[in-house]
Design a protein around this ligand. Structure first.
Ligand SMILES: O=C(O)CCC(=O)C(=O)O
Ligand SMILES: [Fe+2]
Length: 314
């Protein structure tokens, strides 16, 4: 007791130069992704396609954004819950976030930028857009590997085209105490795949199937990849969507960015026949993600242990 090595997430290297479908490298990494997502629903990824100066300038952009007056930040409204400005919640007083829908599309980022800075801020929009666009490549590599590893190649185009990208940027104020304070309550993500990147202040914790919490300690070279419930449902439970939370101590602010691949409204999530059999009976009836989110943010949805089970569980 006490001498146990702390739990760690698997680390997978996506930086190999020849990481192309059909190569040995690809198949090797694909196998690692499959095991990590089945066992943890989460892993750390090294992906150096995004230049280090772009990765570092993202935090400058986040600082500028969250330093804007509150009246300016709340101009970013969205008709989808959690897609606009979120903050000033008494339950999570350290937390603020801003959603940028279709962050890989430059016109969308520019439109949001001019809402926040009517005089313009091209370094902000360029940084956010290039970061999102380049990181979406990692999302696509991972999803391609996941589909291949379950023998679902014939659904590839449909699957890839069924999502869009939300970039959510986050700031957690330092609580200015040595006690641990909640930054973000424990939850599972509801989307397909989440890719997180953070500054040097740790705080993310991911729960294992056995109920233990792993302290995630990424470096500036690694991204944290996590499965959301949409992929869990589509693959009929063959991958794990882990609970995770953020805790904070000390006085330094934590900045993080999440790129979320999200099923588009109108697309029906239905587990393919290939992943349903006697051993794996169907878990969820076919459903529309955006309609499900409507339920998730009601009182009943928030109270449920698994809102998705209540909404469309078989
Ligand atoms: O800030 C983080 O690292 C995690 C944020 C998160 O879990 C979320 O936005 O869903
Ligand atoms: Fe999350």
């Amino acid at each position: 007791m006490g001498s146990q090595t702390p739990l760690k997430l698997p680390v997978i290297d996506f930086g190999k130069p020849e990481l192309k479908p059909g190569t040995n490298e690809w198949d090797l990494v694909k196998g690692q992704v499959h095991v990590a997502l089945r066992d943890y629903g989460c892993f750390e990824a090294t992906f150096d396609k995004i230049p280090i100066d772009l990765r570092m300038s993202i935090f400058g952009s986040l600082g500028e954004l969250f330093d804007l007056p509150l009246q300016t930040k709340i101009r970013n409204v969205s008709n989808k819950p959690y897609h606009g400005y979120v903050g000033q919640y008494p339950q999570v007083p350290l937390y603020e976030s801003m959603g940028i829908d279709d962050a890989n599309v430059s016109e969308k980022v520019e439109a949001l930028t001019s809402t926040l800075w009517p005089q313009g801020n091209s370094s902000f929009s360029k940084t956010i857009h290039s970061f999102s666009e380049q990181l979406s490549e990692l999302d696509q590599i991972i999803r391609r590997m996941v589909l291949e590893s379950f023998g679902l190649e014939k659904y590839m185009d449909e699957h890839m085209e069924s999502t869009n990208y939300l970039l959510r940027v986050m700031k957690y104020k330092g609580p200015e105490t040595n006690q641990t304070k909640l930054g973000l309550h424990s939850h599972t993500d509801k989307n397909i795949v989440t890719i997180l990147y953070q500054n040097e202040v740790d705080g993310l914790e991911v729960q294992t199937k056995e109920g233990e919490w792993i302290n995630v300690k990424p470096s500036k070279h690694t991204f944290t990849v996590m499965i959301g419930e949409s992929l869990y449902a589509w693959l009929n439970g063959r991958v794990y969507a882990p609970y995770h939370r953020v805790t904070m101590t000390g006085d330094k602010a934590r900045y993080s960015v999440g790129l979320f691949s999200v099923p588009k409204g109108g697309y029906i999530i239905k587990a393919p026949d290939e992943v349903v059999d006697e051993e794996h009976p169907l878990l969820f009836k076919p459903y529309d993600h955006v309609e499900f989110l409507g339920f998730y943010y009601t009182e009943a949805g928030q109270k449920a242990e698994s809102a998705l089970k209540v909404y469309c569980g078989v």
